[in-house]
Ligand binder design. Sequence first.
Ligand code: NAD
Ligand code: AHE
Ligand code: ZN
Length: 368
Amino acid sequence: MKTRAAVAWKAGEPLTIETVDLEGPRAGEVLVEIKATGICHTDYYTLSGADPEGLFPAILGHEGAGIVVDVGPGVTTLKKGDHVIPLYTPECRQCKFCLSRKTNLCQAIRTTQGKGLMPDGSSRFSLDGKPLLHYMGTSTFSNYTVAPEIALAKIRPDAPFEMVCYIGCGVTTGIGAVIFTAKVEAGANVAVFGLGGIGLNVIQGAKMVGADKIIGIDLNPAREAMARQFGMTHFINPREVENVVDAVVQLTDGGADYSFECIGNTQVMRQALECTHKGWGQSVIIGVAEAGKEISTRPFQLVTGRQWKGSAFGGARGRTDVPRIVDWYMDGKINIDDLITHKLPLERINEGFDLMKRGESIRSVVVY
Ligand code: NAD
Ligand code: AHE
Ligand code: ZN
């Protein structure tokens, strides 16, 4: 079949809208009509050329929601008409990782996914007979996409696509990092570095679990009002204090119980660790840093009880947890609407990237 898609031809260049060829689903695969997709900073990161796994030409996008149009042989858990959210972190429930119960990082299809291919090693997308690569197993910047059955969460049919698509990455990553990865407890002091599409969801998660002080840190002063609306109690602009670490330590009588880095800046990752409390502070890295970057700190920081952790997709098990998070939204327990600041047609997707780069949007959503 033919489908409209935004194609990333080369690192650093705008996407172009093309009518591409899409082959139907093979065994274990599902054809999905994508109804809406968010634009995450990670899409920009890959497009910029900083991602060692960034391959071109490709169809990016990993924050979508849509409807099942067709299923391939052997698919048992989904049928035509089901509403789904594609998962860049699948959940096969059979691999060593899934069975361990210690991680959400299902590895069943990770190798081919990282090469921009479906699990059988081929691509379903092509243009003029030449293959186009998939991205993160999702490629939601295409109106129709093919994904493995294990990489699709079935969601309730009354949830609006242009809102719940954000659960496909940003919402789950931010809230999940608080509740699944760090397991923040009521009364804890939390510091959140970077108040964009991810950090504001960390704030929302911290408020949900009853955190005491929720300190937000961002260079963009425009982020303060929105963050306060979501539960931030104190704001620090790094340009207005001598030392961010000292500022957090002073506000929290010795350091934050938990901190979250939601930027992808390795200098800030160090600050996020070092502003946590001696003896028990935990710092969670969410931000994705470019190829070649490394983190450092004095080992003494860890010897004296601070812990460094990372979180992918908020530690959420996609097929199990994503439908629950959709329910939280539908029950009014979480706010997504106010974070979706812009809606655009596919033809204007590059404007969504520009808004993000200029710090003018929280989330832009492409509505097909
Ligand atoms: P965003 O662009 O919406 O937000 C980034 C925020 O950081 C902005 O508000 C910006 O002003 C602020 N910022 C930039 N530099 C700063 C600095 N030095 N000090 C303080 N604030 C600074 O991005 P996003 O969509 O929220 O994504 C944030 C990061 O999380 C990215 O690196 C993205 O790739 C990553 N991410 C990771 C996962 C995961 O599963 N681990 C999932 C989604 C996104
Ligand atoms: N390809 C990058 C890594 C990118 C990365 O860390 N991705 C996160 C999700 S970001 C979503 O916005 C993730 O899930 N990581 C776990 C995984 O298996 O990729 C690089 O730097 O190589
Ligand atoms: Zn993302």
